[in-house]
Design a protein around this ligand. Structure first.
Ligand code: NAP
Length: 308
């Protein structure tokens, strides 16, 4: 039996991928959506979203489920799959996963980004034993305990606020005085009685006590003075790296590994589009990801018409 050929395969089931699926399905295309995790991408690890139009406050998991339900109402095929490669030589592309190959005439890459590691001493060893990259998943382990949050962007400060509702004390460790976080979030964190700041501070090491994280050693970047902070948990929010290593042979990436697209979300390969955080862009938000997804799908529809 010959293998099924989808009109469009969407790799990644975050806001960009799910929106692309909705637009493509509504245009009558036969859509496959693949992901190796639960639908939602980074959204699912976000406690609260306050800047997605129409929702003044909604939890990341709730918004993820609403978007996913929307795709399922339109009968989008959703499959688990860890994508390891993409063959783009012929008109029908091959999306390769760990255990299956899928065929599609057009492909939309929406694989997003993964949380970055600090590379500090003790980090790998204590990952999952006090060190986490997801406050919403692991925050509850630190009820009435002391935790640190590393970073000065929106993620770090939003998750510090979330953790302040659980932990006894939250110390934000940031490598300089200025913050990338939005002012409204920064103001809220600075006013919170449970949140303290260590600025111009870099992590020297994560220190093990009785088989788990017991403290961190920080160093002042200006004075070189070292200090130990006793803590049970450490949450690292220092940005993300794009998930593109499996595409790098054929798809044009910028030096940081983000996919280069034009305003139609086209990559350098005909019939292959990219959308959301994985693309080279200035503003990575849920709303800009959905925007990209709609544009990518619309242009995939036009491309498929040229094949007919
Ligand atoms: P981000 O904005 O890139 O911030 C990363 C933070 O980590 C920066 O403060 C950076 O310091 C610090 N950092 C980076 N590498 C480091 C290292 N090796 N050691 C110590 N500190 C390091 O990342 P993000 O907070 O994850 O946000 C990513 C994107 O998502 C942003 O565009 C953000 O606005 C967006 N986002 C938006 C919302 C929202 O609007 N509600 C929520 C979450 C995320 P420097 O500042 O010194 O470089």
């Amino acid at each position: 039996m010959s293998k099924k050929i989808y009109d469009v395969a969407i790799i990644g089931c975050g806001p960009a991928g799910m929106t692309a699926a909705i637009y493509a399905a509504r245009a009558g295309l036969n859509v496959l959506m693949l992901d190796k995790g639960a639908p939602g991408g980074q959204m699912i690890n976000t406690y609260e979203v306050e800047n997605y139009t129409g929702f003044d406050k909604i939890s990341g998991p709730d918004l993820s489920m609403k978007m996913f339900d929307h795709t399922q109402k339109l009968a989008v095929n959703y499959e688990y799959g860890n994508v390891v490669g993409l063959e783009v030589e012929s008109e029908v592309k091959v999306v390769k996963t760990d255990d299956e190959d899928y065929l599609a005439k057009a492909v939309i890459i929406a694989t997003g980004t993964l949380n970055r590691r600090l590379g500090a001493k003790g980090e790998e060893n204590l990952a999952g034993r006090g060190i986490s990259w997801c406050a919403i998943c692991d925050g509850a382990f630190f009820r009435e305990k002391a935790v640190i949050v590393v970073g000065g962007g929106n993620s770090a400060l939003e998750e510090a606020l979330y953790l302040a509702g659980i932990a006894k004390k939250v110390t934000v460790v940031h490598r300089r005085q200025g913050f990338r976080a939005d002012k409204i979030v920064l103001d809220r964190a600075q006013k919170h009685e449970k949140i303290q700041f260590e600025l111009d501070a870099v992590i020297e090491s994560f220190n093990e006590v009785n088989g788990k994280l017991g403290s961190v050693t920080i160093k002042n970047a200006i004075t070189n003075e070292k200090k130990e902070i006793i803590c049970d948990g450490a949450f690292i929010y220092i940005g993300q790296d794009p998930v593109t290593s499996m595409f790098k042979e054929d798809i044009k990436l910028n030096p940081q590994g983000y996919i280069i697209v034009n305003e139609r979300m086209e990559t350098n390969i005909k019939g292959v589009y990219a959308a959301g955080d994985v693309t080279e862009k200035e503003l990575r938000q849920i709303i800009t990801a959905t925007n990209d997804g709609a544009i990518a799908a619309q242009n995939a529809v036009k491309y498929l018409e040229t094949l007919a």
